[in-house]
Design a protein around this ligand. Structure first.
Ligand code: SF4
Length: 226
C-alpha cells in the first residue's frame, strides 16, 4: 500500500484498527490537537502520552487539563525518575545549560523508552511535519523503528505533508482549542528553560537557542529500519 497517498484520518484509522497497543505522544501544540481530532474518532480511549519533565509551561499544563475535561482524553503522564531538584543534586544545577542532551535523555527519552518497553507499544502516532525544520524534511508518513531494548514499533506521522498554514486553517475551520502560548508569540515549545520565541521562519528556531541541538531526542533514539 502506498501510505503516502493516505489522508491523515485514513492513516490513523488504518493503523489504529491494526494495532494492539497504540499511543499518541502529545506536545500540546496545534499538531497534537489535529491528531487528537482524528484519533479520538477512531479510538476515543487512545492513550495520549505527555512526557512531563516538570519544566513545561504553566500554559501547557492548563491546556492539557482543558483537553482532559472537554475531550475526555485518556492522558498518561510519564515522569522522569528524578525530580528537577534531585537532578540538580546528582547532576548539578541547570543541566539543560551544561549538557542539554543528557538532560533530555534523563527527562524525556529514558521515561518514554521505559514506557514503550513496559507496555509493548506497537503503534506510535506523532504530530511531526516535514516543513517544521530541515531535520524533519525527510519524514515518511509511515516508518518502522527498533528500540535498543529489542522491541519494534510502527511510527506514523499523519501530518507529515501538512504545512503549518494548513494546520492552522484546520484549527480555525473546526473551531478547535489551541495552546495559549501561540498567542504569546511562540511557534514551538517544550520545556521553559529551552524555549524562546522563534528567530526565523523555522518554526523550531526558538528551541535550544545558542546551542547546536535541534531535537530533544525522542524522535532520534530509535533505529529507523525502513
Ligand atoms: S528541553 Fe531542556 S529542560 Fe527539557 S529535558 Fe531537554 S534539555 Fe532538559
Amino acid at each position: 500500500m502506498d501510505f503516502e497517498k493516505f489522508s491523515a484520518f485514513e492513516l490513523i484509522e488504518h493503523f489504529i484498527d491494526n494495532s494492539r497497543y497504540p499511543v499518541l505522544t502529545a506536545s500540546f501544540s496545534v499538531n497534537t490537537v489535529v491528531l487528537l481530532y482524528f484519533a479520538l474518532k477512531v479510538k476515543p480511549d487512545i492513550e495520549v502520552i505527555c512526557i512531563d519533565t516538570g519544566l513545561l509551561f504553566e500554559e501547557t499544563y492548563r491546556f492539557m487539563e482543558l483537553l482532559k475535561e472537554k475531550w475526555k482524553i485518556n492522558l498518561k503522564i510519564i515522569k522522569p525518575e528524578l525530580s528537577v531538584e534531585e537532578q540538580a543534586k546528582f547532576h548539578g544545577d541547570n543541566l539543560w545549560e551544561k549538557d542539554p542532551d543528557k538532560c533530555c535523555f534523563l527527562r524525556k527519552v529514558k521515561p518514554l523508552e521505559g514506557y514503550f518497553e513496559s507496555k509493548s507499544v506497537d503503534l506510535w502516532i506523532t504530530g511531526l511535519r516535514r516543513d517544521q525544520s530541515k531535520t524533519r524534511e525527510g519524514l515518511k508518513k509511515v516508518e518502522f523503528h527498533k528500540f535498543a531494548f529489542g522491541g519494534d514499533v510502527i511510527k506514523i506521522c499523519p501530518l507529515a505533508d501538512w504545512t503549518g498554514k494548513e494546520v492552522w486553517k484546520f484549527i480555525y475551520d473546526k473551531e478547535l482549542f489551541y495552546n495559549p502560548l501561540y498567542d504569546k508569540g511562540y511557534s514551538s515549545f517544550g520545556c521553559v528553560p529551552c524555549t524562546n520565541l522563534s528567530v526565523s521562519s523555522d518554526e523550531r528556531s526558538g528551541r535550544w537557542q545558542g546551542k547546536s541541538k535541534t531535537e530533544c531526542g525522542i524522535h532520534t533514539f530509535t533505529e529507523k529500519v525502513e
